[in-house]
Ligand binder design. Structure first.
Ligand code: ACM
Length: 510
């Protein structure tokens, strides 16, 4: 079974024509700026799986070779992430205008190969050999921003877990990993000018499961690993609420000058930076230092500054703090992203992006707050919680391998894969249409998730639905066809050792 998730804009599979056969004679002929690096990333995986040499070379491709080409005019419509892929008995050729487009094309090639291509242990040729069906693909994404979010604050995930997660989402052509780096339960990124943030502030997590944080070098390693997979890291410092970890580390950030104890529960909405003029010097210095250090570590264009659930902040204090937070953020030169509540401010820096996290049927204020960003010149990332929050329980998880103890149900109950698939980001908020959208993101919150396999179990396979909404053309959705492609993806996830929940309805292959 072959099939690509997310579905390409156009694909023709010629089952009656001879396939391409990858053999030990194959070379990867890389042409154009940046093509060789993409070829090496693909070759590393394919060498490990096949045991073949697969040298990356210049020159003319033979029928046994793979040609990876970066040149103007290769991608459909000159799309930055677009590519074409041709395969058959006379070779495989992927063409793109950019290395990024070429990389996306190689993710399609992975999925057209037998799932054993994911195995790191050269366990032998699969039945039928290393074949790629005869196919013509012309592809480009619907949205530029296709994200997943990992909450590393409620539970901390070591660097190797984050790299593993990046690998898994890149297969689905996601191009953003948003790291929720700070919350009440922990501060996870080293800030050299405020060292106690990762002293006291990083000592805890939900349920007393221990602390942890990324040093600046760790974070740079994550950024570099992601960049090799054309994934941009979006760091989030959640402000002005969700700040108990910071407040516990520095008494001077508290209105009463007293540091609260570190927090290991799961309630929200009780902490806030102090808006009072007596604390203005410390608070503004904290804001400027934190956003400067985080921005300096982050080559990507975005800085997420939170803004959600500041229930312990009065509306006037909230607007004042958001103005100061956003001003500090904009001074770094980054584009600010905020959860949709930030739209309460009419003084957002130009271009500030909303992340919408209400439901597919918007709650009363959420639509208006989101439109406020658009009115101020910003665009919107869609993450409706009842379809895109991947920590929501599965419907029949009590029978599942992890016994129903994972996930939450506050976003209108459990979420089926059909629900995650059958919604249109351009039809959620009245007045926020296709052209107002930057993209789509699937967050996973970790109140109940303490290991990367638990995260993977909640994320897969539902993230395939979000990836397809973000990448594939708008239009009627064919659930059955999607389920068939998800079943093929399941074999790749098996070979990768990525945990997933075998939801009902998908024709999983043993
Ligand atoms: C959120 O779920 N509080 C953004």
């Amino acid at each position: 079974m072959s099939g690509i998730v997310p579905a390409p804009a156009s694909i023709e599979l010629r089952d009656d024509a001879a396939p391409f056969r990858l053999t030990d004679d194959a070379r990867i002929v890389a042409r154009g700026a940046g093509a060789a690096a993409v070829a090496e990333t693909f070759a590393a995986r394919a060498r490990a799986a096949t045991g073949f040499g697969l040298p990356v070379v210049d020159g003319e491709p033979a029928a046994s070779d793979l040609a990876f080409v970066v040149a103007d005019g290769e991608a459909p419509g000159a799309a930055a992430e677009g590519y074409t892929l041709e395969s058959g008995a006379d070779g495989v050729r992927i063409g793109a205008d950019t290395p990024e487009g070429l990389f996306r094309g190689t993710q399609s090639l992975r999925q057209l190969l037998p799932a054993e291509i994911e195995r790191p242990d050269a366990a032998g040729e699969p039945t039928g050999g290393w074949t790629v069906p005869a196919a013509s693909v012309a592809d480009a994404p619907r949205f530029a921003y296709r994200g997943a979010m990992l909450d590393v604050a409620r539970h901390f995930f070591p660097i190797e877990d984050v790299l593993r997660f990046i690998d898994a989402i890149a297969l689905l052509k996601l191009d953003v990993l948003h790291l929720h780096l700070t919350d009440d339960q922990g501060w996870r990124i080293e800030i050299r000018s405020w060292p106690e943030l990762t002293g006291t502030g990083a000592s805890t997590s939900v349920g007393g499961d221990g602390g942890g944080f990324y040093s600046q070098d760790d974070y740079r390693r994550i950024v570099a690993y992601a960049a090799e997979r054309f994934v941009t890291i979006v760091p989030e410092i959640d402000l002005p609420g969700h700040t108990n970890a910071a407040l516990s580390a520095y008494p001077e950030l508290n209105c009463d000058g007293v540091a609260p104890t570190p927090y290991e529960g799961t309630e929200v909405g009780f902490s806030s930076l102090c808006a009072s003029p007596e604390r203005a010097e410390a608070t503004d210095r904290f804001l400027a230092d934190v956003v400067r250090e985080v921005a300096e570590l982050t080559p990507g264009p975005w800085l997420h500054l939170g803004g959600d659930e500041s229930l312990a902040t009065s509306p006037a204090d909230y607007r004042d703090l958001v103005r100061r937070i956003a001003t500090a953020g904009a001074a770094t030169g980054k584009t600010i992203i905020g959860w949709h509540e930030m739209g309460a401010s009419r003084e957002l820096p130009p271009g500030t992006v909303a992340q919408y996290w209400s439901f597919v049927e918007p709650e009363p204020d959420a639509a208006e707050l989101t439109r406020s960003f658009v009115e101020q010149g910003g665009r919107v990332i869609m993450s409706p919680a009842d379809v895109a929050y991947l920590d929501m329980q599965y419907v029949d998880d009590p029978q599942g391998p992890l016994g129903g103890r994972l996930g939450q149900d506050w976003a209108k109950g459990p979420t089926t894969i059909d629900e995650a698939y059958l919604w249109d980001p351009a039809a959620v908020v009245p007045g926020v249409g296709e052209g107002d959208l930057l993209g789509v993101e699937a967050p996973v919150w970790t109140e109940t998730l303490g290991s990367i396999s638990e995260v993977e179990f909640m994320v897969f396979p539902r993230i395939a639905a979000i990836a397809e909404i973000a990448w594939s053309p708008a239009g009627p959705r064919d659930v059955e066809g999607f389920f068939g492609r998800v079943a093929a993806l399941g074999r790749h996830l098996d070979a990768l050792g990525v945990a997933y929940y075998p939801v009902r309805g998908v024709p999983w292959v043993e």
